[in-house]
Each structure stands twice: as structure tokens, then as C-alpha cells.
Design a protein around this ligand. Structure first.
Ligand SMILES: *Cc1c(COP(=O)(O)O)cnc(C)c1O
Length: 384
């Protein structure tokens, strides 16, 4: 039943009916008072979501547009920056930074391991002219969550250095208190924890980021955040935004507010734990280092001579659940279960059951059928 396909990939994620209905309305003029009300309310709710008093600007574009905007609005050609690289999205930061002629030092960790905050601290203390530290919070390609809190804290004490973070798969699923942790620029995108279709992205800017903006000389036009800020201060946009996506954004942020940040984080944590433990109980190995699994994505090694792509295809064809495969050298070796955004306990149970069934079908079960599901059930029934 292809019509019933459930997305359990780390973006795009499932969209609640209320949000889908909002998308289906007639567009309205983007300079109308009605639309200005929507810009006003979404801007306030975005600040609530980012836990910031700073600015959160909405761009019509994918998450990468927000990443690029973060760089070109705060840095200048030849600026020294440190990029954390422990997966595909860390690599993307390096590519964007190099495309704009930044002087990049990379801090690497093997895929599956987290970045080591000490490496950043060491470079920051040795070289006084680092302009930015740039990392991915939840590294979607490996399912690892990096220690953004500690890295940000190290950056905070350096007056001329800003902290730029890709929080595309952590905003709306993990706690990212922007002001408290001292993050200066946060990039995110609508098709992940926001429970929306792709098309909008968001850049949050601290006061320190705006100070960096005054020095920045990189070329920019569509992604010039100063024009977005000037417009946002008047509840407007510099260019025609995705008007219907804004309708959806207002609806989804209201849904998030109704659930509450604490409940959202707890739900994601519980789903992470249920998924991780279920996989372990079935004799499968988790790809992310213990203690560094992302609350949004669980990556699993297809050990016991299994092929991750075959598991993925079987689950899609037999159960109409889409999970993600491994990227680059991990293709066929790992599969990734996305559990961010509009995901409930039932989705977790069916995904675990489908994986068990696939492995049983391949004659590779190491444990009695039902082991994974019973492990997941126990965790889902735990009191918060
Ligand atoms: C999805 C994702 C992005 C954004 O990708 P787009 O395709 O440009 O929306 C960036 N970083 C991470 C970690 C992601 O998961």
C-alpha cells in the first residue's frame, strides 16, 4: 500500500494533518496585514523554539541555504575558521567555507565518533585570530550528537570568535538553548524537527553574530540577512516568501507550543532509547559511539552478514516504512532510523517490528522473534 508510506528517514519527516491543511489554503498577498500577522507570530514562536532573545530569520530555501547564509553574513575572505568534521554534514560545512575562500582548519573524528571539545579548545588557545568555530550538532549521516554545549562554552570566552552550528536535526527534538549555551548562529530547516515539508530554513543570529556581520565582506544578495532582519522588524520579508509554507509554519509552531519543549525533548529521548535498546537486544550493533546517539536518528550496523540496503528495501516494500541507508562508504553497511518530528510510540513499535521481520525473513535472526519489540515496549511503558 504505497499510499500509506511512513517516513522514518531523517528528513523529510511526516507532516501532521493540521499542517497539511494549512498548506492547502489559497495564498494571500505577502505584503497584506494578514500575512504580517503570520510573520509576527511565527517570528515570536521561532525565538521561543530557539530559546533566544536574538533574531530568528526565515528564508525560503533548504537547510543548506541557512548554512551558507550563516557563513557569508558573519565572515570575510581569508578568515581563519575551525570546522568540525565527523560525517557528511560536517564535510558540507568545509565545502561551503572553502567555496567562499575561508582559511579552514578541520577538527576530525572518525564517522560514528563525536568531535572532541578539547581539540577545539587547544586551537582556540594557540591561535588568537580564529573568527569562527563551525560544527554540526546532530550529525545526520552517522546518528552522532556532538557536544555543542561544551564547544560553545569554549568559544564564548573568545571575544572575536563566533560559534556557528548546524542544528538541522536537533532543533525541535533536542534541547538547544541558544542564549544559555552562547551559540551565535544556528541553521535549521523545515523538513526535519519542524514537522513540515521542505522549503523553509531558519537562521538564528546573536548580538555577537550581528557584530561579526558588520565586519563581513563576503558577497551576498538573496541571502543577505540584514535585509531579512530589516524586513522582519516590520513583520515582513525582503522578497516573496513561500506564503503557504508560512501558513504551515504557524500551525506547526503552535502544535509544538501546545506540546511544550520539555515534552518534545522527552518524547525524542524515549524514542531514541527504545530504538537503541531494541536494536541491541536483537544482536545488532549501534553505529554511534555509546552515549552519543542522536535523539533524532539511530544508525544501526547491519552485522551478521546482513546487507543494510536489502533490509531497507524489504521494509519499504513489505511494510511501507521508509528508513534511510548509509551514505558514501557506509552504503550497505548501516541503516538509519529517523525518529524526529511527528513520530509517536506506534511508529517506533512498527519500525522495530518491521526490522525484526526483515531479519527473520533473511534467516539471520540471532534472538527469538519479538525480542526487539518486547524491549521497545518496556521502555515505552516507562514513566518519565
Ligand atoms: C538535512 C540536513 C541539512 C540540510 O539539508 P538540505 O537538503 O539543504 O535541507 C543540513 N544539515 C543536516 C545535519 C541535515 O540533516
Amino acid at each position: 500500500m504505497k499510499e500509506k508510506l511512513t517516513l522514518m528517514i531523517p528528513g523529510p519527516t511526516p507532516v501532521p494533518e493540521r499542517v497539511l491543511k494549512a498548506l492547502g489554503k489559497h495564498p494571500i498577498g505577502h505584503r497584506s496585514p494578514e500575512f504580517q500577522e503570520i510573520v509576527k507570530s511565527t517570528t515570536n514562536l521561532l525565538k521561543w523554539l530557539h530559546q533566544t532573545k536574538g533574531d530568528v530569520l526565515t528564508i525560503t530555501g533548504s537547510g543548506t541555504a541557512a548554512m551558507e547564509a550563516g557563513i557569508i553574513n558573519t565572515l570575510s575572505k581569508g578568515d581563519k575558521v575551525i570546522c568540525g568534521e565527523n560525517g557528511k554534514f560536517g564535510e558540507r560545512w568545509v565545502k561551503v567555507a572553502k567555496a567562499y575562500g575561508l582559511n579552514v582548519t578541520t577538527v576530525k573524528a572518525p564517522w560514528g565518533d563525536p568531535l572532541d571539545p578539547e581539540s577545539f579548545k587547544r586551537i582556540l588557545n594557540e591561535e588568537k585570530d580564529i573568527r569562527a568555530v563551525i560544527i554540526t550538532h546532530s550529525e545526520t549521516s552517522t546518528g552522532v550528537i556532538n557536544n555543542l554545549e561544551e564547544i560553545s562554552r569554549a568559544v564564548k570566552s573568545h571575544q572575536n570568535t563566533i560559534m556557528i552550528a548546524d542544528c538541522v536535526t536537533s532543533i525541535g527534538s533536542s534541547n538547544v538553548p541558544m542564549d544559555k549555551w552562547g551559540i551565535d548562529v544556528i541553521a535549521s530547516g523545515s523538513q526535519k524537527g519542524y514537522m513540515m515539508p521542505p522549503g523553509l530554513s531558519f537562521v538564528a543570529m546573536s548580538q555577537k553574530a550581528w557584530e561579526a556581520n558588520e565586519r563581513s565582506n563576503l558577497p551576498k544578495f538573496y541571502l543577505d540577512l540584514l535585509s531579512y532582519k530589516k524586513a522582519a522588524d516590520k513583520n515582513s520579508n525582503p522578497y516573496t516568501p513561500g506564503v503557504n509554507l508560512y501558513f504551515a509554519l504557524e500551525e506547526t509552531l503552535k502544535l509544538m507550543k501546545e506540546e511544550g519543549l520539555d515534552s518534545i525533548f522527552k518524547r525524542h529521548n524515549k524514542h531514541m532509547k527504545a530504538t537503541q535498546e531494541a536494536m541491541n537486544s536483537m544482536g545488532l550493533t549501534l553505529f554511534a559511539k555509546k552515549g552519543y546517539g542522536s535523539p533524532s536518528i539511530t544508525s544501526v550496523v547491519a552485522n551478521n552478514n546482513l546487507n543494510a540496503e536489502e533490509i531497507r528495501k524489504y521494509i519499504k516494500n513489505k511494510f511501507d516504512i521508509l528508513i534511510a541507508g548509509g551514505q558514501d562508504h557506509l552504503k550497505g553497511k548501516i541503516f538509519r532510523i529517523g525518529h524526529l518530528g511527528f513520530i509517536n510510540d506506534r511508529d517506533i513499535l512498527t519500525a522495530v517490528a518491521a526490522i525484526e521481520a526483515a531479519i527473520e525473513h533473511m534467516g539471520a535472526s540471532k534472538k527469538p522473534l519479538g525480542t526487539g519489540v518486547s524491549t521497545a515496549v518496556k521502555i515505552l511503558l516507562e514513566k518519565d
